[in-house]
Design a protein around this ligand. Structure first.
Ligand SMILES: *Cc1c(COP(=O)(O)O)cnc(C)c1O
Length: 350
């Protein structure tokens, strides 16, 4: 039986004897050596952390398992969140598992099909509001302030605590922290959580060093890069379509303390990386996830030398989350009759 994060890393988590140990098998995700992609940038130690292999298909499960356990410990019966998708998928699944009610507020028209499907099947109360993510979050916050329900957005401190375990896994597997960690940035909770995890592991003597944190926003949704709130964020990468990140200052701190960078990548670069990952490495990640690889390729083009370096790219979510994006950026099937001769002809086989 898979132990789950709370069981495995409890010494590093804010759990007590009365915190219920729940799990859907989150964490312990694959760290895959990307030899072919690595060769393109002269790096023989490039690794992909496949967070899409979590139970609901994104890293959000790491934080959600702890947020739900702590909500149960506090006697809460309902959780609420605003979400561009994966937070709500995860909240809905873990609430169902724990026997709590979930209320999710999603911005109308901005949620990928796979994520919407998940919240519906898990039986959450789904409210689709007119407005973007930042407005949906404001509503969820205000409701949680006036009613006895637990807010499980990344403002919930237990979310980041759970998410930092991904950094522990990277170190446990590589034997030390990598030189560079590339990661997509939306609300900037994940970059904050990884940085915390790497620092805590170093302090505990589990790692000798910490990585340079390399964060990537989408060009049309890059508040940190531009140092101003973006009121109408726009990008194909819906999971990072955020104009006013909750963890803005924490991300800036992670960048500066680690000697890293936060930059923007265009939708074109994101889609190119998305296709390359699928076609070159056999890894199908959602568009937002590909921002980490798009950013790595961009830094390489700009002359950053990755030879002899260890690089980890975090692929935050599963490609099946957003089938519309996948189909829009893939070739159509070839229509042909079932006759082997016709198929041979299409394939060019003599
Ligand atoms: C939530 C999410 C992100 C952004 O993470 P933040 O912590 O908001 O920066 C990126 N990719 C995917 C797939 C996500 O679900």
């Amino acid at each position: 039986m898979k132990q789950g994060l709370i069981g495995k890393y409890r010494a590093y988590l804010p759990v007590t004897g009365s915190t219920p140990v729940i799990t859907l098998g989150e964490g312990d995700t694959p760290l895959v050596h990307a030899a072919r992609l690595g060769r393109e940038i002269g790096c023989d130690q490039l690794f992909l952390k496949l967070e899409g292999c979590n139970p609901t298909g994104s890293f959000k499960d790491r934080g959600m398992v702890l947020a739900l356990a702590k909500a149960m410990e506090a006697g809460s019966t309902t959780v609420i969140c605003a979400s561009t998708g994966n937070t709500s998928s995860s909240a809905a699944a873990y609430a169902a598992h724990a026997g709590l009610r979930a209320v999710v507020i999603i911005p109308h028209g901005y949620v990928a099909l796979g994520k919407l499907t998940q919240v519906l099947v898990h039986g959450a109360v789904v409210l689709s509001v007119n407005g973007n993510f930042d407005e949906a979050l404001a509503s969820a916050r205000s409701l949680a302030d006036s009613y006895p329900v637990t807010l499980v957005n990344s403002i919930n401190p237990f979310r980041l605590e759970g998410q930092k375990t991904a950094a522990f896994e990277v170190v446990d597997e590589l034997g030390d922290a990598p030189d560079y960690l590339c990661i997509p940035v939306g609300n900037a909770g994940n970059i904050t959580a990884y940085w915390r995890g790497f620092r805590e592991y170093k302090a505990a003597g589990k790692a000798q060093r910490t990585p340079h944190m390399m964060g990537f926003e989408a060009l049309g949704a890059a508040p940190i890069v531009n140092d101003r709130v973006i009121t109408k964020p726009a990008t194909v990468a819906t999971a990072i379509r955020i104009g006013n990140p909750v963890n803005w200052q924490n991300a800036v701190r992670a960048r500066d303390e680690s000697g890293g960078t936060i930059q923007a990548v265009s939708d074109e670069e994101i889609i190119k990386a998305y296709q390359t990952l699928a076609a070159t490495e056999g890894v199908f990640a959602e568009p937002a996830s590909a921002a980490s690889v798009a950013g790595l390729l961009k830094l390489h083009r700009e002359g950053l030398d990755f030879s002899g370096k260890r690089v980890v790219c975090v692929l935050t979510g599963n490609g099946l989350k957003d089938p519309d994006a996948a189909i829009a950026h893939s070739p159509r099937p070839i229509e042909v009759s079932a006759d082997p001769a016709a198929i041979r002809e299409v394939l060019g086989w003599e």
